[in-house]
Design a protein around this ligand. Structure first.
Ligand code: ATP
Ligand code: NI
Length: 311
């Protein structure tokens, strides 16, 4: 992992505006008990997000770190207005201060908020790489759409060049792309429409180190130029390399949001789970977490649980 991407690119110093506020979001899914015969199957509600709160300002990268199954992708789906239909959702999501319904959020997708999905299965298997990145041309008239299509070709070629993808790759279908190429195509799809907020769900697995650094630099540069990024990752080292703040997710809730600087001194970290993650970093001795101790201990410093941005 890169030592500190943040030092390589000057930080944005402009006034920050709030882009995204997730406020006390809870999500429960209705599931049917598969062990019972169909006509007796009972519906059971399982809550996977519990009063989750997180904010992202312009100019910052907020990393969301936590174990598998913690609810990070469910949160991303909610922000993108992608609901399965079998869930109950409470709480609020605001974009630029405005409370958004599921419909508002799905309209913002590609029009302000872009997504880098976790799986390469999001690519259309029947569409060539260049067309996936270009997306649909927009415009009220045929002439406007033709102009937009030309602009998209130029932008797609810039992105391909910057990500080291040859012209031959333009014509490949997803099954012909390597894992690393497919991930780059996903990232380029998200950057195509000049979003304000990027929600990136594990954008680097499958990339070699050089490309992972490139992807992180790109995410950092995007924020420095005034965008905001919610970067979902398992990898705390990656989070510390690129983010301004790190939100620690555990069992469907954010247990702590800490500025990256707090990870230099574990006593600045409020929650035992965050400190356990810190101790598990190779440079800090690689000590395994003791789940029982963490369950017994609560956060030690409630005031540090949610820190203000840029703190
Ligand atoms: N449509 C759904 N119906 C029922 N349960 C779901 C649904 N989508 C997700 N879940 C459950 O919600 C929980 C959180 O899943 P999620 O994919 O958000 O975790 P994650 O933190 O993104 O994990 P990973 O790091 O492995 O990607 C899991 O227990 C998952 O099984
Ligand atoms: Ni996930």
């Amino acid at each position: 992992m890169p030592a500190r991407c943040r030092s390589e690119v000057a930080m944005n110093t402009g006034a920050q505006e709030i882009l995204l506020e997730v406020d006390n979001l809870s999500v429960g899914f209705d599931l049917y008990d598969g062990s019972a015969p169909f006509f007796r199957a009972k519906r059971r509600r399982t809550e996977v997000l519990h009063a989750m709160s997180i904010s992202v300002y312009t100019g910052e990268v907020v990393a969301m770190v936590g174990a598998s199954g913690g609810g990070k992708t469910v949160l991303a789906d909610c922000i993108l207005g992608r609901f399965a239909g079998n869930e109950e959702v409470t709480g609020k999501i605001r974009y630029r201060g405005k409370p958004c319904s599921a419909e508002d959020l799905s309209k913002l997708r590609g029009n302000g908020i872009s997504y880098v999905p976790q799986g390469v299965g999001f690519l259309d298997p029947l569409m060539r790489a260049a067309d996936q990145v270009r997306g649909l041309a927009r415009g009220a008239t045929r002439e406007q759409r033709a102009q937009d299509a030309d602009r998209r070709i130029v932008r797609q070629r810039e992105l391909f060049e910057s990500y080291g993808l040859d012209r031959e790759v333009e014509r490949l279908y997803p099954h012909q792309l390597s894992g690393g190429m497919a991930r780059r195509v996903l990232l380029m799809c998200a950057l195509m429409d000049a979003p304000q907020l990027l929600v990136a769900d594990e954008p680097t697995p499958g990339l070699d180190l050089v490309l992972a650094i490139h992807a992180l630099d790109d995410i950092r540069t995007f924020a420095n130029e005034g965008g905001g990024v919610l970067l979902i990752t398992h990898d705390i080292e990656l989070a510390l390399a690129v983010a301004d703040r790190v939100a620690i997710v555990r069992d469907g809730t954010v247990v702590e949001v800490a500025p990256v600087a707090s990870f230099e001194r574990p006593e600045l970290l409020a929650h035992p789970y965050t400190r356990a993650l810190w101790h598990a970093l190779p440079e800090n001795g690689f000590t395994a977490c003791d789940e029982a101790d963490m369950a017994a201990e609560g956060p030690q410093n409630d005031a540090a649980k949610e820190v203000s941005h840029g703190a």
